[in-house]
Design a protein around this ligand. Structure first.
Ligand code: ES4
Ligand code: ZN
Length: 325
């Protein structure tokens, strides 16, 4: 295919951690602005440290990096930089995860985080024509109690985020541990999603569907190990927000050429392309599409279907979805 075909396709991003868009240059600038000493000499040293053996080895560095984010302005600058990248990649709609516990556990108020991110999203609607939703994600390596406290702190602001998610270390932290807090979130009108089947087994995807009652599965690539589960996902058109570069960087697949995204697409699954933590994994939306074209010989028809799926799987109103598909 023409390697620029997908660049001009309008796309939605549905799996993006705002803390994972912190580029080394901004990390240094914010460290300086906030009087923080980083354990790296320069941005090159930071980039050299981004060699991961699994999810946990990444998370350790990702949570440490987020320590430079202190003020609303920091969160605004972080979010605005990502939205400018969306503009370049023709990402016209984005649904962004934020991890409040990463910040409230270091004494940053929930409102400080929300104010900064939401301010940039509002400006992007006006100045860049990019629409967006926020999804509050619970850290599953922390106790249920902490997730409940986070939900309590967030509910007064629930008009400013559309759903709740579940992320961080997967193995040993099954969705069933968060059944009660998800029930409370759903009763408050929030849409549930969860990371499942990234490193964890297909059983975690079943739990996310049956216990958390999710509207989308984040990652979900290990569903292909369970044919009955695959059949269910296809029949229900349950979206999987797949992150190709992330999966290679975190050794879920050894090489992009081994990735199962296009075989799941061809089997009829509602899979989408996403960048997850682009500052850490080597590229934003179009870089992920380009990787699929280069390493998996993605066709124009497949690229078009992936882009259409991204709107189908989004939380946009039906009429707005249709207008982009
Ligand atoms: C994450 Cl790739 C991934 N998996 C689970 N939790 C996360 N938080 C940020 N990126
Ligand atoms: Zn993720």
């Amino acid at each position: 295919m023409d390697m620029t075909f997908f660049r001009n396709l309008p796309k939605a991003e549905l799996h993006l951690h705002i803390e994972g868009t912190l580029e080394p240059e901004l990390m240094f600038a914010l460290a300086e602005r906030n009087g923080i000493k980083l354990p790296y000499e320069d941005t090159e040293a930071i980039r050299r440290a981004y060699q991961f053996s699994n999810l946990q080895s990444f998370l350790d560095i990702y949570y440490a990096g987020a320590g430079v984010l202190q003020t609303s302005r920091d969160f605004y600058d972080l979010t605005w930089a990502y939205l400018e990248r969306c503009k370049e990649d023709n990402v016209v709609h984005t649904e962004i995860f934020f991890d409040p516990q990463t910040h409230t556990d270091r004494g940053i108020a929930f409102e400080t985080v929300l104010e900064g991110i939401d301010g940039a999203l509002a400006d992007a609607r006006k100045k860049l024509g990019i629409t967006s939703h926020l999804i509050l994600s619970f850290l599953r390596h922390l106790p249920e109690e902490s997730a409940f406290e986070t939900l309590e702190a967030a509910l007064p602001h629930k008009d400013r985020f559309i759903g709740v998610g579940l992320d961080s270390s997967e193995a040993g932290f099954p969705p069933e541990m968060f059944e009660r807090v998800f029930e409370k979130a759903r009763k408050a009108g929030l849409i549930p999603v969860a990371h499942a089947g990234e490193e964890g087994p297909p059983a975690y995807i079943h739990q996310a569907l049956d216990l958390l009652k999710v509207a989308r599965i984040d990652h979900g690539v290990r569903a292909s190990e369970d044919p009955a589960l695959m059949a269910r996902l296809i029949k229900e058109r349950m979206p999987l927000t797949v992150c190709p570069f992330s999966n290679v960087k975190l050794k879920v697949f050894e090489r992009l050429a081994d990735h199962n995204i296009l075989s799941m697409l061809d089997a009829g699954a509602c899979v989408t392309v996403n960048s997850d933590d682009p500052a850490y994994f080597g590229g934003y939306m179009n870089a992920n599409f380009e990787g699929l074209a280069r390493e998996l010989n993605m066709t124009e028809a497949q690229a078009r279907r992936l882009a259409a799926n991204s709107f189908e799987a989004s939380f946009l109103p039906e009429v707005e979805k249709r207008a982009w598909m």
